[in-house]
Design a protein around this ligand. Structure first.
Ligand SMILES: *[C@@H]1O[C@H](CO)[C@@H](O)[C@H](O)[C@H]1NC(C)=O
Ligand SMILES: *[C@@H]1O[C@H](CO)[C@@H](O)[C@H](O)[C@H]1NC(C)=O
Ligand SMILES: *[C@@H]1O[C@H](CO)[C@@H](O)[C@H](O)[C@H]1NC(C)=O
Ligand SMILES: *[C@@H]1O[C@H](CO)[C@@H](O)[C@H](O)[C@H]1NC(C)=O
Ligand SMILES: *[C@@H]1O[C@H](CO)[C@@H](O)[C@H](O)[C@H]1NC(C)=O
Length: 952
């Protein structure tokens, strides 16, 4: 047949194109099919043969390979297929909050050698943790908490040399904590791991003394609520990096090793509810301690220890039944941060005197069941509401000097007044029974779950400002991750059975009244990964996903089957090809619509109010072409990976810099819109501001104010001809620090710059520093892949080593870059010059015992003569603090700015004088950090809880 001979090659080509069109690697597809076979409730779009090309919910690919699976809180039911090992490029697996995901973790998981993030939080997995997990050499985060895993902790976990986070809490693990023995490796080898979270298991035996060594960098050791026995090993004193030590609720005995107070970084110490004997531990020297709980042990009787008065950061002192005797010194209550003193069931005697200079944070003094016979309340500050409990003391029993009618003699009833975050200036809607009125008073189906705090430090859950700041922090986190969240409510603070503070979380959708699967997984992932927060989240199944899918199932397969029954192969092939072409076209159209957020918006008439910009205007391509003289070479003032920057003059005479993205670096329209909305909200005198943008004719351009004197780098290198003396450098440092501080603390949502360096600090005509290009690596770079696996971006020489290692981006990465910049200001050298790293060079040359720290040789000659030695030394101290290896040890940008102000005062300069920034110019309200509960830094920590104001 002639027709067939002509058509046949065409058909072959068509079939080939169909096969090629399936993007996904066959092995990955087969593996997903196998997973799907054992699961109920997989997303309904898990159909067809092309997970990557068809955008299966929860799957992310790079090219044809599946690199990430995130399916959270969708009631995934069934078991994990051992064929998961075939996903050999998988880096992230997060199946958290699917309670009905049961069975054991297949041993084949050990073959997934690219896996770096494994999150299976709050599922129903049981059986042993397979020893093969030790083969996952890339693993950085391992969170298996809140399952039913049993058996012992596999020693092979000790092989995971990149592991940063190990959370096995809340399982049924038993046996001893494995340490190296002969040729087997144990947890003592995990010298890069910062977190051991093993609470609430059935671990037994002694804490092996080999577990600890001085190479470790552990910050959190959470072993509470197990069955551990024996002594606390004295080797614990070798792990100098420890910040939180929880050994409470075990059966530990013997005396506490006297070198415990060698651990001078510890912030919280819990030894309560054990069988410890010997003398009361001497905590002298642990000067950062703010939470101490030594209750319910069998320490030898002792007088009130002297260290009570030396721990200046102390907020909570809890020592019930520890056999302390003698009177309480009045100066205890004037420790400046003190909130809570609980010394029940001891032998404290004499007169209780509160004095008048007690901490104004003081809330509770609980001394019930002691032998106090007099009480001298503070007369001057009688109005202040400190709860004092003296029930069970001689003063309160009949015949004592006081009657039982005094309020401090009664035992307060536990209050169960429930609190929840209030609606935002609106009247709650009355909703149908299955919907809930959101804080913005819209009826919707929220995503719900509970937040559990890892330590009782956060026990003051009825503090409204605490709720408000946690609420704000969560919303910002969701917005920062571009999740469709309208609002968040928190309610019902209580303590769970194990006394951990818990509260309920409801997350409300924006746009619609329910979330789709991508939304739920995104929110769940942000919350399952709260590895830098003092709390963790356990989500519930989200039952309203079917609202999102409706009944739009494809019917094409029905047509194909019908046609095949008709008998004509040719017809079938043509039809298939036709349907394919039609679907491709539809998909292309849908995609194009998605990519043009301004599709229905006419920029010229400014109608519709989309996008929401504050002050930035929309330029047409023609306008910018005119203003830059047709993008002429003469006006080309710089270029980079993203494209070129042109100088332009607007019709009103204003000078602008136009940043024009080149073809390959353009991003999706929606991201572009989100980004300009964000940039347009940023207004500070030390931050370059966005004048407008252009999104037309396939172009993406950003229009900034033009900064006359170019980059700081140009001035330091002498290229610009501007001479920067010491005074000017201090002013520039201060301006840049304030700009970054604004981005971190006051911009809404907060912005992490990601690329702090001397070419991104611009100088205006009065040499005011202006921070430029923030967030641009996000704007102009590849799309982001979640919080944890954010690809490391930035510039060599300025890169935060911790960010590099953990890929967890925080404000402290900017602080690191800023520290390198301070080194540049000192030396006028590039961060890496002739293979030498400036930070290392300064450290090598430095001798603190000598004048100017012996740095004369390495200083920029322009400043070497003009500076005051004292201010230089302080400046070097600050610069080095900023480049501390660990983010927690670095100051925040606001502390840096304050540090520079102090240095300027030392050098006889007024930090707020003309041509430097005036501190009153911040837009927005300055955040109060008086009360630790309202301190933003409260929620961001890696290892540290407040008040160390950690942000890493
Ligand atoms: C990994 O794969 C190899 C070859 O397919 C197999 O022999 C081995 O048992 C697997 N390892 C694990 C831990 O499953
Ligand atoms: C105390 O800490 C130092 C490091 O600061 C360490 O060298 C020393 O071995 C520790 N001492 C004891 C007894 O653990
Ligand atoms: C506690 O330790 C400090 C410093 O190590 C020491 O000066 C003090 O005498 C010790 N106190 C007691 C009661 O042992
Ligand atoms: C307090 O108790 C100690 C010993 O328990 C005793 O020596 C002292 O005299 C008592 N002080 C008062 C004021 O009762
Ligand atoms: C979860 O799925 C199971 C069956 O797969 C179903 O019986 C159950 O009702 C679902 N639960 C929720 C909360 O949707």
């Amino acid at each position: 047949m002639m027709v067939l001979r002509i058509l046949f090659p065409l058909l072959v080509a068509l079939i080939q194109s169909l096969v090629i069109a399936a993007l996904t690697d066959q092995q990955d597809f087969d593996a997903l099919q196998s997973l799907k076979k054992l699961w109920e409730n997989v997303p309904p779009n898990w159909e067809g043969a092309d997970p990557c090309g068809n955008g299966w919910d929860g799957i992310e690919c790079i090219n044809s390979r599946v690199v990430s699976i995130k399916l959270l809180s969708i009631n995934l039911t069934g078991q994990l297929s051992s064929d998961i090992q075939e996903l050999s490029e998988l880096e992230t697996l997060d199946l958290s909050y699917n309670k009905d995901l049961t069975g054991s973790l297949p041993t084949t998981i050990g073959n997934m050698t690219k896996l770096s993030n494994l999150f299976l939080v709050g599922c129903g997995f049981s059986g042993p943790i397979p020893s093969s997990i030790g083969s996952l050499q890339e693993l950085v985060f391992l969170s298996l908490n809140s399952n039913r895993f049993s058996g012992s902790i596999p020693p092979s976990i000790g092989l995971l040399s990149k592991l940063f986070w190990l959370d096995l809490a809340d399982n049924k693990l038993s046996g001893t904590i494995p340490v190296s023995e002969g040729t087997t490796t144990g947890l003592d080898k995990l010298v890069h791991t910062k977190h051991f979270h093993f609470r609430k298991n059935q671990l037994s035996g002694e804490i092996p003394s080999q577990l600890f060594n001085s190479d470790m960098t552990l910050k959190h050791l959470l072993l509470e609520n197990n069955l551990l026995t024996g002594n606390i090993p004295s080797t614990l004193g070798l792990v100098q990096t420890l910040e939180i030590v929880r050994l409470d609720k075990n059966s530990l005995n013997g005396s506490v090793p006297p070198n415990l107070n060698n651990l001078t970084s510890v912030l919280e110490l819990y030894l309560a509810n054990n069988k410890l004997t010997g003398p009361l531990p001497n905590l002298t020297g642990m000067n950062l301690l703010y939470y101490v709980d030594l209750s319910n042990n069998s320490f030898a009787a002792s007088y009130v220890p002297a260290w009570f008065l030396t721990l200046e950061k102390l907020t909570s002192l809890i020592m019930e039944d520890t056999r302390i005797q003698g009177p309480l010194p009045v100066s205890l209550f004037s420790l400046i941060q003190l909130q809570k003193v609980v010394l029940r069931n001891n032998k404290i005697n004499g007169t209780l005197t509160i004095g008048s200079s007690y901490s104004n944070r003081l809330q509770l003094i609980d001394l019930r069941n002691n032998t106090i016979d007099h009480f001298r309340p503070s007369t001057e500050r009688a109005g202040q509401n400190v709860q004092i409990i003296l029930a069970g003391n001689p003063i309160c029993v009949e015949g004592g000097t006081e009657t039982e009618t005094e309020t401090y003699c009664s035992i307060p009833q536990p209050t169960n007044d429930s609190y929840s975050t209030p609606p935002e200036n609106c009247t709650p809607s009355s909703c149908s029974p299955d919907q809930i009125s959101s804080p913005t008073c819209k009826c919707a189906h929220p995503y719900t779950g509970i937040i559990i705090f890892r330590t009782p430090f956060f026990s003051n859950l009825r503090d409204k400002s605490f709720f408000a700041s946690l609420q704000k922090e969560l919303i910002l986190t969701f917005k920062f991750n571009n999740l469709p969240v309208d609002s968040v409510s928190l309610s019902n603070p209580t303590n769970d059975l194990d006394d951990y503070p818990v509260l309920n979380l409801q997350v409300f959708p924006s746009g619609q009244n329910y979330f789709n699967r991508t939304g739920i997984s995104g929110i769940g992932f942000v919350l399952s990964n709260q590895t830098f927060k003092p709390y963790f989240f356990i989500g519930e199944n989200y039952g309203y996903l079917d609202l999102a899918t409706g009944s739009s199932k494809s019917s094409s397969s029905g047509i194909i089957i019908g046609a095949a029954a008709g008998g004509s192969v040719l017809f079938l092939l043509l039809l298939t090809a036709g349907i394919y072409a039609f679907r491709q076209k539809r998909r292309a159209e849908v995609a194009a619509k998605k990519n043009d957020p301004f599709g229905s918006w006419d920029p010229k008439t400014n109608s519709g109010g989309v996008p929401q910009l504050k002050g930035a205007r929309c330029f047409s391509f023609e306008e910018l072409k005119k203003y830059t003289n047709n993008f002429s070479e003469v006006n080309d003032v710089g270029s980079g990976g993203y494209g070129k920057v042109y100088r332009g003059t607007l019709s009103n005479g204003q000078l602008v810099a136009v940043k024009r993205a080149r073809q390959g670096s353009r991003q999706g329209g929606l991201e572009f819109k989100t980004e300009i909305e964000l940039l347009s909200r940023v207004h500070h005198k030390n931050v370059v501001s966005l004048v407008g943008f252009c999104f037309e004719q396939g172009e993406q351009m950003l229009v900034y104010e033009y900064i006359a004197n170019g980059t700081l780098k140009d001035s330091l290198s002498g290229r610009s001809g501007i001479r920067l003396d010491w005074m000017r450098r201090l002013r520039i440092a201060l301006g840049a620090a304030r700009g970054l501080q604004y981005l971190h603390d006051l911009a809404d949502p907060p912005v992490i710059h990601r690329d702090v360096k001397s070419t991104n600090i611009l100088l205006d005509e009065r040499l005011n520093a202006k921070v430029a290009d923030f967030g641009l690596s996000k704007l102009m770079g590849e799309p982001e892949r979640g919080h944890v696996t954010t690809q490391v971006k930035g510039t060599m020489g300025y890169l935060d080593p911790e960010y590099y290692m953990t890929q967890q981006l925080t404000e402290k990465s900017d602080v690191y870059g800023f520290g390198v910049l301070l080194h540049e200001l000192l030396t006028a050298r590039s961060p890496i010059e002739k293979g030498k790293y400036i930070v290392r060079e300064v450290k090598l040359a430095m001798d603190k015992t000598k004048e100017m720290y012996n740095l004369q040789q390495i200083l920029d000659p322009i400043i070497a003569s003009s500076m005051a030695a004292r201010s230089l030394e302080k400046f070097v101290d600050l610069a080095l603090k900023c480049v501390e290896e660990s983010g927690v040890d670095r100051p925040t940008m606001s502390e840096v700015a304050k540090g520079i102000e102090n240095i300027m005062e030392l050098a006889g300069l007024n930090p707020n004088a003309e041509s430097a920034s005036t501190s009153a110019s911040y837009e927005g309200e300055k955040k109060g950090s008086e009360n630790p509960y309202t301190n933003e830094s409260l929620f961001d920590y890696s290892g540290a809880y407040p008040p160390s104001s950690a942000h890493d």
